[in-house]
Write a protein of this length. Structure first.
Length: 295
């Protein structure tokens, strides 16, 4: 069976490399935690929508999804309490939303059967949960290697409470997909295809929220091609043309760039000229633009 795991950012930066930098920059660290909070909170809505679409069948899946909603709600309020205790904002995180990008890239043109909808939904949940597990595990390791402040200990304790339940969600998704795959060769092919498709969609959404360097628009188009390749031949042109304008002309991407340029210039004009500008146009991932803006 296909092993559907998230890939590195632009096949270069691992989650661990990113989080090792994040925990050293307070502002970025808090935005990252708020993104976790927002994702957990939004998952409750998305899972509830799925339960309503399933309309009671299969009963075991509906029951387990209801438990999943409870877990995500608990994670959201733990993270909300954490941010409030740290005196940090709990509004919508700035920048490009990973969840919004993921949902935007979904293919809603097909008239799915109930079973196809279940397979697709489980594959989508599974790959996003794997990304969450990867980041939570890397975050914990980064915090344990960072300065042992009271704030870092509190953050680590919160993420350590969440991590086992997120890992259980991944195992749950793997089990359901494996059970569906064993029903017939046709089911196996559907599951394998759903895994490939949602890995491509998730990677594109993840990189859209991270990549603001020069040439990001072209990399978005390349990711769009990879998604289209996982669709039936007759659907590829329509999907590609529908999503191409947003890939090339994204106001959120431009606003994020402007905000980071302003931050970098305000903090240190010399560093802006010496580091930020060459990094931006050279696409150097050794130091993130957010980190450069904070220096």
């Amino acid at each position: 069976m296909t092993v559907a795991y998230p890939r590195k950012f632009r096949n270069q930066l691992s989650a661990q490399a990113i989080l090792n930098q994040v925990v050293r920059q307070w502002d970025i660290h808090m935005v990252t935690l708020n993104r976790y909070r927002f994702s957990e909170q939004r998952s409750c809505k998305d899972l509830t929508d799925l339960i309503e679409r399933l309309d009671g069948q299969p009963r075991d899946l509906v029951r387990e999804l209801s438990h999943h909603v409870a877990d995500e709600a608990r994670h959201a309020y733990w993270l909300t309490d954490l941010l409030c205790d740290l005196g940090e904002p709990v509004g919508k995180p700035p920048g490009i939303s990973y969840i919004d990008e993921f949902e935007r890239l979904l293919d809603y043109t097909a008239a799915e059967s109930a079973e196809d909808m279940t397979i697709n939904a489980l594959a989508a949940i599974n790959v996003t949960e794997k990304r969450g597990c990867e980041y939570f595990a890397s975050h914990i390791r980064a915090l344990k290697s960072a300065e042992p402040t009271a704030e870092n200990r509190k953050i680590c304790e919160t993420i350590e409470r969440i991590m086992p339940e997120e890992a259980a969600h991944v195992r749950w998704g793997n089990r359901w997909l494996a059970e569906l795959s064993r029903k017939s060769p046709e089911h196996r092919e559907k599951v394998e295809h759903a895994k490939r498709k949602y890995v491509a969609i998730e990677q594109a959404a993840f990189e859209s929220g991270m990549d603001i360097l020069a040439g990001a628009e072209f990399r978005r188009v390349n990711n769009l091609v990879k998604i289209a390749e996982e669709l039936p031949l007759w659907k590829r042109p329509q999907y590609f043309m529908e999503h191409l304008p947003k890939a090339i002309f994204d106001p959120e991407l431009q606003q994020t760039r402007i905000d980071l340029v302003q931050q970098a210039w305000t903090r240190d004009p010399v560093t802006f000229i010496e580091k930020f500008v060459p990094m931006f146009f050279g696409g150097n991932l050794g130091e993130s633009p957010q980190k450069s803006a904070q220096n």
